[in-house]
Unconditional design. Structure first.
Length: 194
């Protein structure tokens, strides 16, 4: 089978957006490896013994992607960004359900950098990170999208810039500022100040 590049993925997305539903069946095999990479990246951050597996996370995201027919699909990078966001929501929903069954806890220190390190209380930290990203979205949605695309989606600076239709330098600046803001918000002092 011939491998298709990002241009082919973009063409299938545009055809899917135009109403050609069968394009989704052609698209998924082309991006399945990238979806698995994103899911694996998420699952590496989760606690050991997590009840969701990489394949289940990809499947959940696929089911949600099928319902995204009203998205104004532009390109492969945007598609992967939406997939990463959907996977994040699946995991956060799962973590919130687990937390509802538990009491106590508090904000834990979370180191945010290129290789975000999450400790043993990963579900609580994922929820805290999601809450912080939601807060960041309220006043600067582009910076929050940069975090989603770069960190969770694993996209490069150039791919992120393409998905957001901005210059790569804007992505670099937003990434730096967003990391600093999130580090403050997720620190025990920042969490208590809010």
């Amino acid at each position: 089978m011939e491998t298709m590049g990002p241009e082919s993925v973009t063409q299938l997305l545009l055809r899917w957006r135009a109403g050609e539903q069968e394009c989704l069946n052609q698209l998924i095999p082309l991006v399945e490896g990238e979806l698995r990479r994103i899911a694996h990246r998420y699952m590496r951050m989760e606690r050991s013994g997590h009840t969701l597996q990489t394949t289940a996370l990809v499947n959940e995201a696929y089911l949600k992607l099928v319902d995204q027919a009203q998205v104004d699909w532009q390109n492969r990078a945007q598609f992967l960004g939406v997939a990463a966001r959907l996977m994040r929501h699946v995991l956060v929903d799962h973590a919130r359900k687990l937390q509802r069954g538990k009491r106590g806890g508090g904000a834990r220190k979370l180191r945010l950098d290129e290789g975000l390190a999450i400790s043993s209380a990963k579900s609580a930290e994922l929820v805290a990170l999601d809450d912080a990203l939601n807060e960041l979205t309220r006043f600067d949605s582009r910076k929050a999208r940069v975090v989603e695309l770069r960190y969770f989606g694993g996209l490069s600076v150039d791919e992120t810039a393409e998905a957001l239709a901005v210059h790569p330098n804007t992505v670099i600046n937003d990434w730096s500022l967003a990391k600093a803001w999130l580090k403050h918000e997720l620190s025990p002092r920042g969490a208590n100040a809010g």
